[in-house]
Write a protein that binds this ligand. Structure first.
Ligand code: ZN
Length: 431
């Protein structure tokens, strides 16, 4: 009785370790998922679990700072077998220098010791296994790619507090918690030259998106490509369509065929860096600072601040109520100011050139500030302006003339799907 329950515990442990393994390394395949799918696979997950449950192999994980040889010695593999396996594994798929701590390795052995195992399986990633087998001529390895499936879903919702919360209620049926955040970030990235997602969303605004959903081994679900998305902001509509030109990497364009990228980002903080507890619910208490004419972004101290456009640093130092202040001069008479900074990024000093989206400083609470936040100003021709208005008119480049016809066809198709589909799994026509 005791023995049986011990075995059951062991099997359960192995199964749990397998689940942990499957969840462990969250990296997407380098090759497009479709390619991975085509490669096929010899074992389905259920077969794999069955084989785990038959005579269970022993599962060990690589410790932090441990080498493969170190792991083998720890589990009792003989010196000669250990070095043979490492050599063969390196020749197959493993770069022994870049193995991740926590990587599970399964050992199958014919007898009760691990001195001379007959089979090893490395869980290289959530969808990558390396099977090593001992043959008459030595060790050899076969890499196995576990398949992902892709479908397309429509997710739409109404914003009440912020994008995270809107996503929480509308994407929960399709994505796990982290996936919902990923989707919010993906949308914020696509629109980051047009909409400041942390400041400009109002109660009652709406969003809708067509997005690929990737379901991997063990049911891991991830956000794939966002194919199209639209926001209705106080009644005005802005949409973005993903389009891959003949010689260009995929980009997003608005409905008129202009790139969603422009000369300026709409916000100096990346949306994904602002937790949902900051941002829209924040009310600045800076009334006593009379010169206050800017936008405040509440964010944790140390949050990276990015240049909203290509620029030259004009000032990087202490400036009264601003505390640590960074001032950037852009083309066409635009100047941006970033105040209350904890400090500046390495190498940031007057005269230095910076690129759009480059980290230039860190959020702090220096000067006349009641709590960690970024004070942000846009000046045009030396005059402080509302950044929402000042940056609004700057649109991206139109799509190349030679690509316009095919873009319009693709865009019309996607936008029609976007507008006509209710939230749910979408059946797209041939792509
Ligand atoms: Zn301010």
């Amino acid at each position: 009785m005791k023995k049986r329950s011990a075995r059951a515990t062991m099997y359960l442990t192995v199964a749990l370790l397998f689940l942990v393994a499957v969840r462990y390394t969250p990296e997407l395949p380098d090759t497009p998922a479709a390619d991975v799918l085509q490669q096929g696979t010899k074992h389905s997950i259920s077969e794999f679990v069955d084989s785990v449950v038959a005579p269970p192999p022993r599962v060990e994980t690589l410790n932090r700072g441990e080498t493969l040889i170190g792991l083998f010695k720890r589990v009792g593999i003989g010196d000669q077998a250990a070095s043979e396996i490492v050599r063969a594994a390196s020749a197959s798929a493993i770069d022994a220098r870049y193995l991740k701590a926590g990587m599970p390795v399964e050992f199958t052995t014919a007898d009760s010791t691990l001195e001379n195992p007959k089979e090893l399986t490395f869980h290289l990633g959530v969808d990558r296994l390396l099977h090593m087998r001992r043959t008459a001529s030595g060790w050899s390895g076969v890499e196995e790619r576990l398949p992902w499936t892709i479908d397309t879903v429509v997710v739409g919702g109404t914003i009440h507090a912020n994008l995270y919360q809107a996503m929480d209620s509308s994407a929960a049926r399709y994505f796990p918690a982290h996936g919902k955040d990923e989707l919010a970030w993906a949308l914020a990235d696509i629109f980051e030259y047009r909409v400041d997602m942390s400041r400009e969303l109002q109660d009652g605004d709406e969003f809708k998106t067509i997005v690929e959903r990737m379901v991997g081994p063990g049911g891991v679900t991830r956000v794939g490509k966002v194919l199209a998305a639209s926001f209705s902001l106080s009644g005005s509509n802005i949409s973005a369509v993903r389009f891959e030109g003949r010689n260009a990497s995929p980009q997003y364009y608005d409905a008129t065929g202009r790139s969603m990228r422009a000369a300026f980002l709409r916000a100096p903080l990346e949306f994904r860096r602002i937790s949902s507890t900051f941002g829209t619910r924040y009310h600045p208490i800076l009334g006593r600072w009379k010169a206050h004419r800017g936008t405040d972004y509440a964010a944790a101290p140390g949050t990276p601040v990015r240049a909203i456009g290509d620029a030259v640093v004009v000032r990087a130092g202490w400036s009264g109520g601003y505390g640590n202040l960074l001032e950037l001069r852009h083309r066409n008479g635009y100047v941006t100011r970033y105040g209350h900074l904890r400090g500046f990024a390495k190498g940031i000093r007057p005269g230095v050139r910076v690129n759009i989206a480059q980290t230039v400083a860190y959020v702090g609470t220096t000067g006349l500030s009641t709590g960690p936040h970024l004070h942000f100003e846009v000046l045009v021709g030396g005059v402080q302006r509302d950044s929402r208005m000042a940056l609004k008119s700057i649109a991206g480049e139109p799509i190349a003339r030679g690509e316009r016809a095919i873009f319009e066809q693709r865009s019309a198709q996607l936008l029609a799907s976007l507008n006509s589909s209710a939230s749910g799994v979408l059946r797209l026509a041939a792509r």
